[in-house]
Design a protein around this ligand. Structure first.
Ligand SMILES: NC(=O)C1=CN([C@@H]2O[C@H](COP(=O)(O)OP(=O)(O)OC[C@H]3O[C@@H](n4cnc5c(N)ncnc54)[C@H](O)[C@@H]3O)[C@@H](O)[C@H]2O)[C@@H](O)CC1
Ligand SMILES: Nc1ncnc2c1ncn2[C@@H]1O[C@H](COP(=O)(O)OP(=O)(O)O)[C@@H](O)[C@H]1O
Ligand SMILES: [K+]
Length: 492
């Protein structure tokens, strides 16, 4: 699991570590790893044209020292000094190693040409000291780097991405690889920042012992594989968990079928579909293994999924209140969230695990916030919703985030835009509901479901476009694949 800390925490930890180390030792560690990653990115270092984008702070210093290392190995290194000042030690090291340095604001076209002809661009414009959108010389360099064909390695984080939130105001560097120092920064795992970071490589500079709990944990396949419950030898269908599904309505019968399929394919012991005709027959036609019955919040189930396509009328609100009053885990999605936003039902007093799964628009309504603000500052808003409702909240979208009061926010890393298709959220509800019924805590059920969902989207048609029903076949393959990756990792 990759961990991320806020800038404030990183600065405090760096300060504590630096006090125990000789001057410059930390930057030397950072630059050494950066140089190794840069060298690996090039087919060959000798003769390669490397352009360093250098800002006025220590982020530029890292780039200069790494550039010096590459220059000593025969690379032709040119540093574009964009800041009002430049890290002196780094600049001296680069020059001593035979690298060149000049100011791009005096000859912007020449800078564009040099970046365009580079074999590698190293982004050392700003790191954790960046504030707001990139200023003009920096912004222009970020655009040229994006338009150039060369791979871009970002130092600590892509310049222009807010380290704590992932927010991007104006231009930002788009990296192929980001080498981050000491710990991840939340902005590397939360969109839009995550979409600019490329592959994230963590360079250990010895910060570990000085770091407190992270604010964010990025879950990958291996983390999820170790959490997923498999069927035990002496399990029966009840022990694996019976999931009650209160989804779908005459107007939206598909939600019932999609959600039930998501749960069954994740390996739930039994789905008890609760709803009226003709929807119940539609569910049974597609999933004869489901047990159907009349809507009844008192039904004996291990967990509930409620809301997808269910409607927001009086009976739907009454049903939701009844389900919230039950003592079992509940996942509330879609129409159920609308009812919560309208204060017709309230999950906040529940003691059993509770999971709300809004997209940005639904979260905005739940908090009385603006949708664009939610999308720009996803981490902050998902955390606020978890506090407000005293439960776990999964925020859907290009990065799926899961917040639970008192815990680091979890980010699922398997997201793919293939999922942006109608009904895929209904399948997610089924996957997560199945994991709740199997006994996973809401936080783990949510992040595991998001990871399986993302992976299923890719597995379903080998990366080609899917519709929501394709996810059904993708789920078992995704789960099997997660396990295989974990086995391979263990053998390595
Ligand atoms: N503190 C430490 O112990 C270590 C820090 N390291 C590096 O140091 C970085 C932090 O260095 P700094 O604190 O000097 O800060 P940065 O180098 O990230 O940025 C600060 C500089 O950028 C300018 N700036 C800020 N926002 C800007 C914007 N939007 N447009 C243009 N210019 C902008 C500021 O005026 C300031 O001069 C880390 O990200 C990491 O790369 C590493 O060397 C590891 C050790
Ligand atoms: N651009 C994207 N990248 C990755 N995942 C996405 C993207 N857009 C949507 N998703 C995912 O697709 C699903 C859509 O769910 P939802 O918004 O409830 O749609 P629906 O109601 O049509 O099922 C969510 O799991 C969400 O995280
Ligand atoms: K950077």
């Amino acid at each position: 699991m990759r961990r991320a800390h806020t800038v404030e925490t990183v600065r405090a930890a760096e300060g504590a570590l630096m006090a125990r180390l000789p001057d410059g030792a930390l930057m030397a560690r950072a630059a050494a790893t950066l140089a190794v990653v840069c060298a690996r990115t090039l087919p060959r270092v000798y003769g390669a044209r490397v352009v360093l984008l250098v800002g006025s702070g220590d982020n530029g210093g890292d780039a200069l020292y790494a550039g010096a290392d590459l220059a000593r190995r025969g690379a032709r290194v040119s540093a574009l000094l964009a800041g009002s000042k430049t890290h002196e030690g780094g600049l001296a090291a680069l020059r001593a190693a035979g690298g060149r340095a000049w100011r791009p604001d005096e000859e912007p076209e020449r800078a564009d040409r040099e970046i365009g002809a580079a074999d590698l661009v190293v982004d050392g414009l700003v790191g954790i000291g960046g504030r707001g959108g990139l200023r003009p010389p920096h912004a222009r360099l970020a655009v040229s780097a994006r338009e150039a064909g060369a791979p871009v390695v970002a130092v600590d984080l892509p310049s222009g991405v807010d380290a704590d939130t992932g927010r991007v105001e104006g231009e930002a560097v788009r990296a192929d690889t980001t080498v981050c120092f000491g710990t991840g920064k939340p902005g590397l795992f939360v969109d839009p920042g995550a979409g600019h970071a490329g592959r994230v490589v963590l360079a250990d500079i010895g910060l570990g012992p000085d770091l407190p709990e992270p604010v964010l944990e990025a879950f990958d396949d291996g983390d999820v594989a170790s959490l997923l419950p498999g069927p035990g030898r002496d399990d029966d269908k009840y022990r694996r968990g019976v999931l009650g599904v209160a989804a779908g309505s005459e107007a939206y019968p598909g939600a019932a079928v999609l959600c039930t399929g998501g749960a069954l394919r994740t390996g739930t012991g039994m789905v008890r579909y609760l709803g009226a005709e003709p929807v119940a027959s539609r569910v049974l036609d597609r999933w004869p293994e489901a047990v159907v019955g009349r809507a009844d919040p008192g039904a004996r189930v291990a967990a509930w999924v409620i809301g997808p396509g269910r409607g927001t009328d009086g009976p739907a609100a009454e049903e939701l209140r009844g389900v919230f009053a039950s003592g079992v885990p509940v996942l509330a999605d879609a129409d159920a969230l609308t009812l919560v936003a309208r204060e017709e039902a309230d999950p906040s007093g529940r003691e059993a695990p509770t999971l709300l799964t809004p997209h940005a628009g639904e979260l905005a309504r739940l908090l009385g916030a603006d949708r664009a603000d939610v999308e720009a500052r996803r981490l902050e808003h998902v955390g606020r919703a978890a506090e407000r409702f005293g439960c776990t909240v999964l925020l859907k979208g290009s990065t799926t985030l899961v917040a639970t009061p008192g815990r680091p926010v979890a980010a699922a890393t398997a997201g793919t835009p293939l999922l942006a298709t109608a009904g895929s959220g209904d399948v997610l509800a089924g996957i997560a509901g199945s994991l709740l019924a199997a006994g996973l805590p809401a936080h783990e059920a949510a992040v595991c479901a998001a990871q399986v969902h993302g992976r299923a989207a890719v597995e379903a048609r080998q990366g080609a476009a899917i519709s929501a029903t394709d996810l059904w076949d993708g789920i078992p393959r995704a789960v099997a694949g997660l396990g295989e990756d974990n086995d391979q990792r263990r053998r390595r």
